[in-house]
Design a binder for this molecule. Structure first.
Ligand code: SAM
Length: 220
């Protein structure tokens, strides 16, 4: 249970993060800033790191995985140009923090996590926070959503050697996909639009993510 004082301290820290690390850099989408200013990141961070919740860093969440840096969460979300009506596929639920930001900004989120433990923990946290527009699946997200379905947006939150074909197949015409693409130690963040059945990637910046382990990702 978070006390009133603690809640207030976190709110101040969240505002500071918003001003220092997001708005003063290149995060300008007002809806993204509003979502980043309202989702309590401390709820997704293991207790021993709670005091670092609003530092602009990734943090360990167990099983060798991380909750992404707030700036990167905001930057990738902004690249998806969400208006509120989209169905979004997220590969790599992790802590569930990025899922919450997406759930604030789109109509429905479908999220896949490889580790049962992380997927279940994220589902419990997001349930406690009251999100009702999220479907969860445990499995290999490099193979896409297990049902035959197309999405307006796809976000991959772990690195891939190349964009997995099952994901481009599940992207709607005119849809956008964001992913870190490259080697295991460093990647380029790309955003790709699907046009006439093909995706056209545009490089946004360099980045470093944990590996997507799966049939169309890296081997362990
Ligand atoms: N966005 C998340 C957050 O805010 O906490 C962080 C995601 S973390 C950088 C990457 C996640 O991708 C990890 O939880 C990892 O277990 C997951 N992952 C790796 N390979 C996967 C796969 N093939 N399918 C689904 N999830 C996978």
């Amino acid at each position: 249970m978070v006390s009133y004082d603690e809640k207030h301290r976190y709110e101040i820290a969240r505002q500071t993060m918003l001003n220092q690390h997001l708005a003063s850099r290149d995060i300008h989408d007002a809806r993204v800033l509003e979502a980043m200013g309202s989702v309590p990141r401390e709820a997704f961070v293991p207790e021993k790191y709670a005091s670092q919740s609003y530092d602009d860093n990734p943090l360990p969440i167990g099983l060798g995985q991380t909750i992404s840096q707030p700036y990167m969460v905001a930057f990738m979300t902004q690249a998806l140009k969400l208006t509120g009506n989209e169905e979004v596929l997220e590969i790599g639920t992790g802590s569930g923090y990025q899922t919450a930001i997406l759930a604030e900004l789109a109509s429905k989120i479908y999220t896949i996590e490889r580790f049962n433990q992380l997927g279940e923990s994220a589902q419990a946290i997001l349930g406690r926070l009251g999100y009702e527009n999220i479907e969860f699946y445990i499995g290999d997200g490099s193979c896409g959503w297990p049902e035959n379905k197309e999405f307006d947006r796809i976000i991959v939150t772990a690195s891939v050697p190349e964009i997995p074909t099952p994901l481009t197949n599940q992207l709607k015409e005119g849809g956008l996909l964001a992913a870190p693409v490259g080697g295991p130690w460093s990647q380029e963040l790309i955003v790709a639009e699907k046009k006439e059945g093909k995706v056209e990637p545009k490089i946004l910046c360099g980045c470093r993510f944990v590996k997507l382990i799966g049939k169309h990702g890296f081997t362990e």
